[in-house]
Design a protein around this ligand. Structure first.
Ligand code: HEC
Length: 209
């Protein structure tokens, strides 16, 4: 009787001690794969279908460690992009992270930035099409701030006004990306490449009579 009590006491103590978890001791876990999901490696993988067969808990006829996708090239788990997928950043440009700034600071944050595109007729022509989709309704066909929306939306800038004639293409890029004063940001709608094309067109527009 005495021995039985001691045994029960000892095993309870062992059980309780096993439950402690603190600091650098994760404690004991029962069936850990219930709460730690098995990671799929995107590129490297175990191709032997029987690897870990001794530990298999599913009746799929495979070893527990097999983690490949044999329908993908090289049995990798990651999928290849669909054919003709357009790269997000074909030029290798770094993300533009300037953020929204006050109108007075636009030239400071864009100092030294240059339009990476050439001033070819084709680029300016594409800029025109984009300007007409994204800017004309406020800034007007000629950039005079007299688009249809400007009838109701007061304060649209006349881009041919003296104070705007000297603004750099980087300044325009910043304004399109993050907005300025009363103008909202258009960065989520217009790709960086298209913003630079529009900047080219705005400069061309300013030179027109
Ligand atoms: C919804 C109307 C609206 C649209 C669309 C719009 N703008 Fe503007 N834009 C404004 C207003 C309003 C201002 C004046 C902001 C201020 O001074 O507070 C302005 C100002 C500007 C300025 C001068 C910013 C400065 O430094 O003072 C530039 C450059 C500009 N817009 C370019 C563009 C371009 C390029 C597009 C098209 C991608 C565009 N805007 C689309 C309303 C608009």
């Amino acid at each position: 009787m005495m021995l039985k009590n001691i045994l029960i006491g000892l095993s309870t103590a062992a059980l309780v001690a096993g439950c402690t978890a603190h600091g650098d001791n994760p404690g004991r876990e029962y069936a850990p794969n219930m709460y730690h999901s098995v990671a799929y490696e995107p590129l490297s993988q175990i191709k032997d279908e029987q690897a870990g067969a001794w530990a298999n808990s599913l009746d799929n006829g495979r070893g527990e460690y097999f983690n490949s996708n044999k329908y993908n090239p090289n049995w990798m788990n990651m999928r290849e992009p669909a054919p003709h997928t357009v790269k997000r950043n074909p030029y290798g440009w770094l993300p533009y992270r300037t953020g929204r700034v006050s109108k007075d600071s636009i030239d400071i944050v864009t100092a030294g930035m240059k339009n990476p595109l050439d001033s070819t007729a084709a680029i300016v022509g594409e800029g025109k099409i984009l300007y007409e989709s994204y800017c004309k309704h406020c800034h007007g066909e000629k950039g005079m701030g007299d688009g249809k929306v400007a009838d109701k939306y007061a304060g649209v800038a006349n881009l041919k006004g003296d104070s705007y004639l000297k603004m750099s293409e980087a300044h325009i890029f910043q304004v399109i990306t993050h907005g300025a004063g009363l103008m909202g940001a258009h960065g989520s709608q217009i790709s960086p490449e298209d913003r630079w094309k529009i900047a080219k067109y705005v400069k061309a527009l300013q030179k027109q009579k």
